[in-house]
Write a protein that binds this ligand. Sequence first.
Ligand code: C5P
Length: 209
Amino acid sequence: MAGFTVAIDGPAASGKGTLARHIAESYGFHHLDTGLTYRAVARALLDAGVPLDDERQAAAIASQLDFGGLDRATLSAHGIGEAASRVAVMPQVRAALVKAQQRFAARPPGTVLDGRDIGTVVCPQAPVKLFVTATPEVRARRRYDEISAAGNGLSYDAVLADLKKRDARDSARTDSPLRPAEDAHLLDTSEMDIEAAFRAAKRLIDAAY
Ligand code: C5P
C-alpha cells in the first residue's frame, strides 16, 4: 500500500525545505528535496563539461541518478541553483526525475516531498498539499544570511536579482511551471518562524492522517 504523502511547493528560500524536514522528522516520514535531484543533474553536466541544454545527455544522467547519494553540502553552492533551473525546463529531464520521485513518494509509512511541481505533477493525489511563499525581499535576506555565513562575498542585491530571475524562469516554463495546485493550502512565511509554520502544517496533516 502506498504511504501518506505531504506535498510541499514554493519558490527558492520560501522556507519549504526547513518545513519539510521538520514534518518528516516529527512524523517519521522519508523526505526528498526534489530540488537536489535537478541540482545533481546540473552538477554532473557541469563536471563533465557538457552544455546545460544538452537534453539527451541530461535525461540520460537523470534516469540513472542515485537518490540515495544526493549530498546537500556539495549541491547547495550558489551557482548550482541557477544551472538547475536551466536543466529543469527540459521535458525529458523532468520525465525521468518525476518517475523516480513518484517511486520515492510511495515509500511507507509516509513521505514529504518538496519542490515546484509536487502538488501539481509528481503527487497530484497527495492528501496534504502546501504552497509556501514569502516576499522576494524576505527570501533574499534569508538566502543572503546563509551565503554570508558560509563566507561567500555576494551582495544582497545580487542574491535578490538571482532569486527573481529563477522565480521568473520556474514560473514561465511550459512544462510543470511553479504554481499552487488548486487544492493547496497557502502558507506565507514572510512573518512566520519555523515553529509557527510547522504548527500550521501540523493542523492540516493531523486532520488528514
Ligand atoms: O529548490 P531548489 O532551489 O534547490 O531547486 C533548484 C531548481 O530546480 C529550481 O529553481 C527549479 O528550477 C528546479 N526544480 C524544479 N522542480 C522541482 C524542484 C526543483 O523544476 N520539483
